[in-house]
Design a protein around this ligand. Structure first.
Ligand code: SF4
Length: 194
């Protein structure tokens, strides 16, 4: 059975996808399905502040334990590196393209690195259940890393199930954050989830 490493931005974005993976397997871009074994991978040092990071991380871990889902936590929180990179573009980057691209790249690169060391067959991310994320950029970054690491990146467009996933998360009692993650997104209205 193939092994999928799925970057998990948070438990509320994972819950629908986890259920679908368990019940039906992965959904490839051509519409076919395959049962795989999967591991949820936490790596999100973009989240600010640290108490919020810990709250989301603990929610993720608790979720994986309760749902008996295999998981790994890459727990290095280096905010300095992230801020140093994006600060040059603050105020110039009106649509947050540079900032978000770096954020996706930084997170997914670490996940690919782990996948390479631990012989996973493919990598994906839960970010793409959210209609608020920049799907074309995530796809571009995923394909770049696919090339670099020679591990296929699986783009999972679950946007149509976002609301259902949020409902499942509320019913499961998960902590639901109100913004995307970084210090800048706290004040950006579009990230204020319902
Ligand atoms: S808005 Fe979200 S995706 Fe964009 S940089 Fe901030 S945390 Fe990352």
């Amino acid at each position: 059975m193939k092994k999928l490493l799925i970057h998990t931005c948070c438990a509320p974005c994972f819950i629908y996808i986890e259920n679908d993976l368990k019940e039906n397997g992965v959904l490839y871009e051509d519409g076919t399905r395959e049962k795989v074994s999967y591991t949820a991978c936490w790596y999100n040092p973009n989240i600010h502040p640290l108490v919020e990071y810990n709250r989301r991380k603990n929610t993720f871990e608790d979720f994986c334990k309760r749902h008996e889902c295999d998981y790994v936590i890459l727990d290095h929180y280096d905010l300095n590196e992230y801020v140093r990179y994006v600060v040059e573009n603050v105020g110039k980057d009106k649509k947050y393209l540079v900032r978000c691209e770096y954020c996706y790249y930084m997170r997914l690169k670490e996940v690919f690195e782990y996948a390479k060391k631990n012989q996973y067959d493919m990598v994906s991310t839960t970010l793409t259940i959210s209609p608020y994320q920049k799907h074309e950029i995530i796809k571009k970054v995923g394909k770049m890393l696919e090339e670099e690491y020679q591990i296929p990146f699986l783009y999972l467009d679950y946007r149509e199930h976002f609301r259902e996933g949020q409902k499942m998360a509320r019913e499961d009692g998960l902590y639901m954050q109100k913004y995307c993650g970084c210090v800048f997104s706290i004040d950006e209205g579009k990230w204020k989830y319902e």
